[in-house]
Ligand binder design. Structure first.
Ligand SMILES: Nc1ncnc2c1ncn2[C@@H]1O[C@H](COP(=O)(O)OP(=O)(O)OP(=O)(O)O)[C@@H](O)[C@H]1O
Length: 625
């Protein structure tokens, strides 16, 4: 009924739980005083022994007692608020710290929806546990004992009867707990699953609409929601049923005590005021325990929610190195690098790769050949590689992830633009950036005039930059990356799915950067890698070819084949740029046949590789129409 690991979370908040118990106990004593005085007043009235002073005194004491109880109640609520607020803050900090220590790879262990639910409602579920349940647990033991000592002065037999009936309530709670544990595990599994599924469908809503699969997705959600409704109803009826049983015990127990007191009164063993006190206080024996039963159900939800939170906090963390990358120039080398996401499937096999400082190196290869996996290893997202990855001769794992993220900047094709302003997004790259530095970065990516026309650095941006074009979004991400000013830049398909003009502009910036930084460029579009110092062609997780563009062309291997295919396709598109969309597609299919690539899916692959661009292909540094 009490979870020690949760108690340890209390840290300094333990005093608020003690305060809650003290205020409740004082309030109980005030009630006893009120009841004592009223009982004596009634006895005096029965004996026709009432005096005005006596009535006034009793009324005064009653009013004072009520005032005292009101005050205690306020103080109890305040302490209850502090106890839960402190724990919620501590727990949310722990979740946040855990996210930080899991680093970029957190999604491999837990999904985003679960984190949101855990840190939001999951933590909120603990409010009752800390704010009410814990103090009530101790108070419900203290109250009957206190009342036993007071009422045993009137009748030991009745007081003992009442005291002995109280444990029946925790027995019911224990029995309910056995059923509740399993039910609540199911409840939370379904609850988190529903949240996950909802977020997934919400994020993919556009795609669902495009494929007119939104109705089917809605039906899926309905099914899951119905499942959740059913399990919620089960939990609620279990709670209601146990509450009813506890009510029967509480009021039944009080009734037994009252009957026993009346029996003794009829025999003249106790006075009228004594029997009145027992009648008025009998329920108080049980009410704290009965209330504990109610809090227990909510507290149990919290305890179950905490299981998930603790499981998350206990996730193993890859050891973070301590070394700090100080150098301004960084050389990267990989030897016999192997990596797998799942044991059964090796993604990288003995990759040998050398990226000298201040060089422009490209990684190319068909989709799924392992390019992004390499980028992920360098950024510390993919942990547990075999072989060696060295930065300036020192193993990558020796460096702290903070230091790695400080010295390497990755720009993907889907860098996130946060809701806010252009300024806020740029400051993520360099928090201390001046206005001039930010404008210079925007100028470099040819975005300054656009941003200035939209209100300057205060230009509002919607979540993920949904109020700007794909090309503008990518250029803004690049401006932010430029401000980060790191010795290594990794571009992972940074120019895919954007307009030709933005692509050309981004490539210009990359070439400029390459004069002073180490650049690793991952690109489907081989026209972009032509000017590289070295191109590594990956095939099924192995480096199949490496060299400069001209060398690889001369070699006549996979790179040369792929390059020619792309060039042909782009020239073909160029010739047909006036034709209608329908004709364009037919021509594309024909070209694909001409190039002898008939396997299913290959067309999509090629479209992907060329981006169906209508511009030119560079070869040997020259532009070819
Ligand atoms: N998180 C993951 N879990 C399991 N397998 C993964 C994961 N990420 C990638 N893979 C698998 O690893 C292989 C290499 O993926 P990777 O993203 O590195 O390829 P890529 O060459 O960058 O492909 P693309 O050019 O399409 O981006 C693929 O077969 C992919 O299915």
């Amino acid at each position: 009924m009490i979870k020690m690991r949760l108690i340890r979370l209390l840290e300094g908040a333990g005093k608020y739980i003690v305060q809650q118990i003290v205020w409740q106990w004082i309030s109980l004593l005030a009630e006893v005083v009120i009841v004592y005085n009223i009982a004596h007043l009634l006895e005096n009235a029965w004996r026709e022994n009432l005096s005005t002073e006596g009535i006034a005194l009793t009324m005064g004491i009653v009013l004072l007692g009520l005032g005292f109880r009101f005050l205690c109640d306020r103080l109890y609520t305040k302490a209850s608020f502090h106890a839960s607020a402190d724990v919620k803050r501590i727990l949310r900090n722990k979740i946040y710290e855990k996210m930080l220590s899991l680093g970029p790879s957190y999604r491999e262990s837990v999904n985003s929806a679960e984190i949101v639910q855990m840190a939001g409602e999951g933590v909120e579920q603990l409010e009752t546990y800390f704010g009410r349940y814990l103090s009530q647990f101790f108070y419900s033991l203290l109250a009957p004992i206190t009342l036993f000592f007071i009422l045993s002065r009137i009748s030991v037999q009745t007081a003992l009867l009442l005291l002995l009936a109280v444990p029946l309530i925790p027995i019911v709670i224990m029995l309910v707990m056995i059923v509740a544990k399993k039910l609540l595990s199911n409840y939370f599994a379904i609850y988190y699953g529903l949240g996950d599924s909802f977020l997934e469908k919400l994020q993919g809503m556009t795609t669902l609409k495009i494929y007119q699969a939104d109705q089917a997705a809605a039906e899926d959600m309905d099914r899951e929601a119905e499942l959740f409704r059913k399990i919620t109803m089960k939990v609620l009826s279990m709670q209601l049923n146990s509450t009813s049983v506890m009510d029967i015990i509480a009021y039944g127990g009080a009734a037994v005590g009252i009957i026993s007191a009346l029996g003794q009164f009829s025999k003249g063993a106790i006075s009228l005021s004594g029997v009145l006190m027992i009648i008025l206080l009998a329920a108080e024996f049980f009410l704290p325990m009965r209330l504990l039963g109610s809090f227990f159900h909510i507290g149990m939800n919290g305890m179950k929610a905490s299981d998930r939170i603790f499981a998350f906090l206990d996730l193993p963390e890859a050891e973070d190195g301590k070394a700090v990358l100080e150098e301004k120039e960084i050389r990267i080398s990989m030897e016999k690098l192997c990596f797998s996401y799942e044991e059964s499937r090796e993604i990288l096999r003995d990759v040998e790769l050398e990226i000298p400082a201040r060089s422009f190196v490209s990684l190319v290869g068909l989709s799924g050949s392992g390019k992004s996996t390499i980028a992920g290893i360098l950024m510390g997202k993919n942990k547990g590689y075999k072989g060696s990855v060295k930065l300036n001769g020192r193993e990558l794992t020796e460096f702290s992830s903070r230091s790695i993220l400080d010295k390497m900047t990755m720009i993907g094709h889907d860098s996130w633009i946060f809701k806010g302003t252009v300024r806020e997004n740029l400051l993520l790259g360099k928090p201390s950036a001046t206005e001039e530095e930010m404008k210079e970065a925007l100028r470099k990516v040819n975005l300054l005039s656009f941003v200035e026309a939209q209100g300057g650095l205060e230009m509002p941006l919607l979540s993920n930059g949904s109020n700007i074009s794909g090309g503008q979004k990518q250029r803004l991400s690049l401006a932010r990356a430029l401000l980060h000013d790191s010795p290594v830049y990794i571009f992972d398909e940074a120019t895919s799915n954007i307009d030709a003009e933005s692509e050309e502009m981004i490539m210009e910036v990359i070439h400029e950067l390459a004069k002073s930084r180490t650049i690793l460029l991952i690109s489907h579009r081989l026209a972009n890698v032509v000017g590289s110092d070295c191109i590594f062609m990956l095939e099924n997780g192995r480096v199949a070819e490496a060299g400069k563009h001209e060398e690889l062309l001369k070699k006549g291997g996979s790179y040369s084949r792929l390059f020619k295919e792309q060039k042909e396709l782009e020239c073909y598109s160029d010739k047909n740029k006036e034709s209608s969309a329908g004709r364009h597609k037919e021509s594309f299919v024909e070209t694909q046949r001409d190039t002898g690539m008939e396997e299913p899916g290959h067309m999509e692959d090629l479209q992907d590789k060329t981006g169906e661009r209508e511009d030119t292909v560079e070869e040997g540094g020259e532009k070819h129409e």
